[in-house]
Design a protein around this ligand. Structure first.
Ligand code: PLP
Length: 284
């Protein structure tokens, strides 16, 4: 079946969707993106993702090029055209097209908008979620990882290193403290069942991370945002990563250390199921 993408006002087959070679996203990484999940008629946290999209654009001095309602209308149409059941919705907005020059154009240019969907299984409940192994890596990313830009080469390289060692994610460590993962936020559970995660600053403030704070509250669990070392994380009772596409993914091993007893992920499971419970059922 054909797969369709939205590009600058048109719906095109993927292999026919084109962008100028002078797109500043392509030339300089001068673009931001968002990802959220779609699951049988439900969009997970879409308003919060659109808020962050606006924030990321604002940090680069770019205005939202179309209204939120227009974004939602396009997504609904793409979901239908692509017959999407479960998967993800991807938005990429660059500053626009201009002759290649490091100086950001003084004159306003029209942002380039790309929206795609991808079919992907999103488990209905925690029983279907498989734990992963992770390894630690130096966090060599730039200083504004709080903006969701497309400059993901360090993340791609780190993840690829991880996969060579049978790890589906990695844990970034900067100046001795854990920041986050390559495409997710990192949490661990301490011996008092508190959820520990890095404070904002050196991380992307994950939408799922923040919704999980609400889930934790509903479950009577305390969340503590503080700095911690990889050594402390390796001694955790449970550990997990969070992101829009994985929600909560338990970690079996960090480097060579098995987390907890390597079998029980009770808190991860409760958080996953609570997340699925609090997301509005049907939006169409
Ligand atoms: N941190 C990084 C570096 C990411 O790339 C992502 C998701 O892409 C996250 C955290 C998780 O963010 P969210 O929960 O909004 O998907």
């Amino acid at each position: 079946m054909d797969r369709f993408a939205y590009i600058n006002g048109s719906y095109k087959r993927h292999n026919q969707a084109e962008i100028s070679i002078d797109d500043r996203g392509l030339q300089f990484g001068d673009a931001v993106y968002e990802v959220y999940s779609y699951q049988n008629g439900r969009v997970l946290d879409d308003d919060l993702h659109l808020n962050r999209l606006e924030r990321s654009l604002g940090a680069l001095g770019i205005k939202m090029p179309i209204t939120r309602d227009s974004f939602k209308t396009i997504v609904a149409r793409l979901v239908k055209m692509n017959n999407l059941k479960t998967g993800l919705v991807y938005f990429q907005i660059s500053r626009g097209t201009a002759p290649r020059d490091h100086f950001i154009p003084k004159k306003k240019i029209t942002p380039n908008i790309i929206i795609t969907t991808k079919s992907m299984k999103i488990p209905d409940n925690s029983k279907m979620v498989k734990p992963i192994n992770v390894i630690s890596q130096d966090d060599i990313r730039w200083g504004r990882v709080d903006i969701k830009t497309v400059m993901l080469l360090p993340n791609c390289m780190a993840k690829t290193n991880g996969r060579e060692k049978d790890c589906e994610e990695i844990v970034f460590v900067k100046n001795g403290v854990v920041t986050e993962s390559a495409s997710s936020n990192f949490f661990f559970v301490d011996s008092d069942n508190n959820l520990i995660t890095a404070p904002t600053g050196d991380i992307l403030e994950g939408i799922t991370r923040n919704t999980l704070f609400d889930c934790a509250k509903k479950l009577g669990l305390k969340v503590i945002e503080r700095k911690f070392s990889i050594k402390e994380a390796r001694q955790a009772k449970e550990a997990f990563v969070s992101s829009a596409t994985q929600i909560v993914r338990p970690i079996k091993k960090i480097d060579d250390s098995v987390i907890g007893d390597g079998k029980n992920y009770d808190i991860c499971s409760k958080l996953y199921d609570m997340y699925m419970k609090i997301i509005p059922k049907i939006v169409e």
